[in-house]
Design a binder for this molecule. Structure first.
Ligand code: FES
Length: 173
């Protein structure tokens, strides 16, 4: 662990952080785990998802996340990873007319993170133990969105296959 005695000294005697704080991979990972992944953090704005069906992928603290505005006009945040084989689900901001569909085997999730369709495979068994956290709702739709504990996409309910199309949900991306 770092010796921060000189950093915490009275200001007239204190030094800055040691150089290692800026380049040490272990310390970087420690910061990711303790500062960013365990607390709320601002990761976007409500205007990035102007209408229901808009989705926007981001990376935060080394994790691929997906911001989603659902049909109740709520902003949700999920891991942007398919529960089947781990494919990234959405690679660019867009407006979806249906569920979030994995580009690999077309498993489909609704805008609340529920698995709706598993073509070419048998449905997954329900998980044992308590369900994973499913949302990171911050404000119900109009303000900023935040991330703390990330929801996972998927359950075992089925529905119809979605059709996606591009739009200008997030200009400048
Ligand atoms: S990896 Fe997503 S459906 Fe197979």
């Amino acid at each position: 662990m770092l010796d921060l005695t000189n950093v915490k000294a009275p200001i007239e005697m204190a030094n800055g952080l040691p150089n290692g704080c800026y380049v040490d991979a272990d310390l970087y990972q420690h910061e990711q785990n303790t500062l960013f992944r365990n607390n709320w953090a601002a990761i976007g704005f409500g205007k990035d998802l102007p209408k229901p069906g808009c989705v926007k992928p981001i990376e935060f603290a080394g994790l691929p996340l997906l911001l989603v505005r659902n049909h109740d006009n709520e902003i949700k945040v999920f891991e942007n990873v398919c529960r089947h084989r781990g494919m990234i689900l959405v690679s660019e901001a867009q407006h979806l007319r249906g569920p979030i569909t994995c580009p690999y085997h077309a498993w489909a999730y609704d805008l609340n993170g529920q698995l709706r369709k598993t073509p070419q495979t048998t449905p997954p068994r329900p998980r044992r133990g308590p369900p994973p956290p499913t949302t990171l709702q911050r404000d119900g739709g109009e303000g900023d969105s935040g991330a703390g504990p990330y929801g996972s996409l998927g359950s075992s309910r089925h529905g119809t296959r979605p059709r996606a199309h591009g739009c200008s949900c997030a200009p400048g991306l």
